[in-house]
Design a protein around this ligand. Structure first.
Ligand SMILES: C[S@@+](CC[C@H](N)C(=O)[O-])C[C@H]1O[C@@H](n2cnc3c(N)ncnc32)[C@H](O)[C@@H]1O
Length: 285
């Protein structure tokens, strides 16, 4: 029913039929499962797009989305949640430093090392990983010289991928970076702060929908896919987790978000080795 809701911010009302049409697109294009409790959020975010197009009803907007692939893609992006911060869920970075990195350093002497931040948002996750790898000064980063260590950061939303490429953040965004890392790898840039080239050069940022074909050929030593799967239903989670596990090298680690869990075939392969941390068996002892 399209009754105006006094709790909703301005804009025309969002009827159930239009909400269902929008939810169906989110499910088919990004596998994002929109429950009815998200109606206020959908209304707020898409009202702006209605205004942009000079449309007066959600029915008109849904019609536009049906005819215009660019607007359909923009709608999907507008409905993603990109909240993130540096060193989020710090126990993952402690584990990465203490458990994953010693093996990574050994491996890097003889072969390429690859790490993937899947659903990277604006880059705080991937640059937190880069800072762990670099350590707290140039001497601690010495092992990387001559080594082939690369970080891939991917997200569905082009605007956040651009932020990763820029590597520039506000004062409040860089605040959670531990002091020693901040002193070493973050420098003032006008009113903002930029990530040092040593970290930026390790990172490649790309737009990638996790439910489309993945162009990467190589396997990964670690994959961070955190606070992404909460938006998917169990079927999509199982499918994605299976594919992520296939992309890991034996001994590789998978880090997932604090409220996420493994479901489906991945559970039979991966061994839990910490809070929301899994290892793929078969790595060097
Ligand atoms: C809440 S952020 C998590 C960022 C970071 N991983 C963290 O834990 O701080 C979730 C990100 O997943 C992305 N995302 C959602 N569905 C996606 C999909 N189907 N393919 C790729 N990225 C997706 C969103 O665009 C968003 O930037």
């Amino acid at each position: 029913m399209a009754t105006p809701n006094p709790d909703l911010p301005g804009g025309p009302p969002l009827g159930d039929a239009e909400f269902d049409a929008i939810a169906a697109i989110m499910q088919s294009d990004a596998r994002i499962h929109l429950v009815i409790a998200k109606k206020t959020l959908v209304h707020g975010r898409l009202s702006r797009r209605l205004r942009m197009h000079g449309l007066e009803t959600f029915r008109d907007y849904v019609r536009l989305v049906g005819q215009d692939p660019a607007e359909r893609a923009a709608m999907v992006v507008a409905l993603t949640t990109n909240h993130t911060h540096f060193f989020r869920e710090n126990h993952h970075f402690e584990h990465f430093r203490n458990v994953a990195m010693p093996a990574i350093k050994t491996a890097a002497r003889t072969r390429p090392v690859r790490i993937w931040s899947a659903g990277c948002s604006s880059g705080e996750e991937v640059y937190s990983i880069a800072m762990c790898l670099l350590g707290t000064d140039r001497a601690s980063a010495g092992w990387l010289r001559g080594a082939d260590v690369k970080l891939l950061a991917t997200d569905l939303a082009p605007h956040v991928v651009e932020s990763v490429k820029r590597g520039v953040y506000s004062d409040s965004v860089v605040a959670p970076i531990p002091d020693a890392y901040r002193r070493a790898w973050v420098r003032p840039a006008g009113n903002e702060f930029e990530i040092a080239p040593e970290a930026r050069e390790m990172v490649t940022a790309r737009v990638l929908n996790l439910f489309e074909a993945w162009p990467m050929r190589q396997r990964y030593d670690a994959i961070f896919c955190r606070n992404v799967m909460i938006y998917f239903d169990d079927r999509a989670k199982a499918e994605l987790e299976h594919r992520l596990v296939e992309m890991l090298l034996p001994g590789g680690h998978l880090y997932i978000g604090h409220s996420e869990r493994l479901v489906g075939p991945a559970t039979a392969v991966m061994e839990s080795c910490g809070q929301t941390i899994y290892v793929k068996p078969g790595g060097a002892a």
